[in-house]
Design a protein. Structure first.
Ligand SMILES: [Zn+2]
Length: 366
């Protein structure tokens, strides 16, 4: 995710914070300072750091349950509405997805119960005054954890409640349809939230936009998967493109760039096997500090991952979703380059499928 800073690493998971999370913290600190002065601002900052710690614990609730199902989480990003753990795959069974999704809010509820036991006395009026420094820190932290649990259980992507809802629906109807329904509910919720924001807290509008975009993204990803079902990489890949030989020079790369309209060029060895990938911007960047005779091997991207032409297209979509790759080289049984799969190919395939769901794709080269 862009605009995020890595603040630490626990086990195999990097913890990142998104800039908007910091903006929210700054806004809370500033409003405390403006209303009650420096001491209140300091108190608020301590409070914020503690909430931040609870959000991290919430995420690790998800991550540890996911790990039980063999799913790794390379990073977790903290956003104003909570955290997003970038798990490498979805849990296979809906019951597993349910367990992973609900683990986070349960962590917050557990923290709240412990804190309330420490405070000893529950005053609902105090709990509602989250930003009032006169209320005990522990009581406010307990209230914040209840809020985190409840807010994350709202049935809208990307909140945990959206995943809980999808998991419950998926037990009855399969994941694609469950995602569509869960995403539609999420977007309806976002509209309602944005509408409330117009009359109340403008922060709600910001959250509503975020929820709407996330729900749309989740629905689009599922639509991608559905349009790709039953197809292989060979049926979607580019087969007419310029490949650059490994012994080529920068001047050859520039000529190829000008002669074609493509933004990416595979580099192949003498046997036609792909050994690297060059993007338009790599060639342009190379012009700055390489001369005409420089070998393409000096500035191409390598090593690269390849994909078999017979691979299901759905698996290729997951590769694009998980990694920031521009294009994947497609190879045959012998490792020889036979095609190139780009995000553009996937978009074209999806457009064709949305206009003609019954369209038969002829190519099936392996
Ligand atoms: Zn969560």
């Amino acid at each position: 995710m862009r605009w995020s800073l890595t603040i630490g690493r626990f086990g195999e998971t990097a913890v990142k914070i998104h800039v908007t999370f910091l903006l929210l913290l700054a806004w809370i600190g500033f409003s405390a300072w403006r209303q009650q002065g420096a001491a209140a601002a300091r108190d608020s900052v301590v409070f914020i750091v503690l909430i931040f710690a609870c959000v991290v614990l919430h995420e690790f609730g998800h991550i540890l349950v996911a790990r039980r199902f063999g799913i790794k989480t390379p990073e977790v990003t903290l956003l104003p509405i909570g955290g997003v753990a970038s798990m490498q795959s979805l849990p296979e069974k809906p019951s597993q997805e349910l367990a992973v999704a609900i683990a986070g809010p349960l962590v917050n509820l557990a923290i709240a119960v412990v804190l309330l036991a420490l405070v000893g006395r529950i005053d609902a009026a105090d709990m509602a005054r989250l930003d009032d420094p006169r209320v005990s820190l522990l009581a406010r932290l307990a209230a914040a954890n209840v809020f985190l649990a409840v807010f994350n259980l709202v049935p809208a992507f990307p909140m945990d409640g959206g995943r809980v809802l999808r998991a419950l629906l998926a037990m009855k109807m399969g994941r694609p349809r469950a995602t569509r329904i869960a995403a539609a509910i999420g977007q309806a919720f976002a509209f309602g939230l944005g509408f409330l924001g117009l009359f109340g807290n403008p922060l709600l509008i910001f959250i509503a936009i975020f929820v709407y975009v996330a729900a749309a993204g989740e629905a689009q990803m599922t639509a991608f998967h559905e349009s790709a079902r039953g197809l292989t990489v060979a049926q979607a890949m580019e087969t007419r493109f310029a490949a650059v030989p490994a012994h080529a020079k920068l001047s050859d790369a520039v000529e190829t760039l000008l002669a074609t309209a493509e933004p990416e060029f595979p580099v192949v060895d003498a046997f036609g096997k792909p050994i690297g990938l060059m993007m338009r911007r790599d060639i342009l960047a190379a012009l700055k500090d390489h001369d005409r005779e420089a070998a393409v091997a000096d500035f191409m991207r390598a090593p690269i991952e390849t994909l078999r032409a017979t691979t299901p297209l759905e698996a290729a979509i997951d590769r694009f979703a998980q990694q920031d790759v521009a294009g994947l080289c497609v190879v045959d049984r012998d490792g020889v380059l036979v095609g190139l799969l780009t995000r553009q190919n996937l978009a074209e395939m999806m457009m064709i499928k949305s206009m003609r769901p019954d369209w038969r794709f002829e190519r099936s080269r392996a």
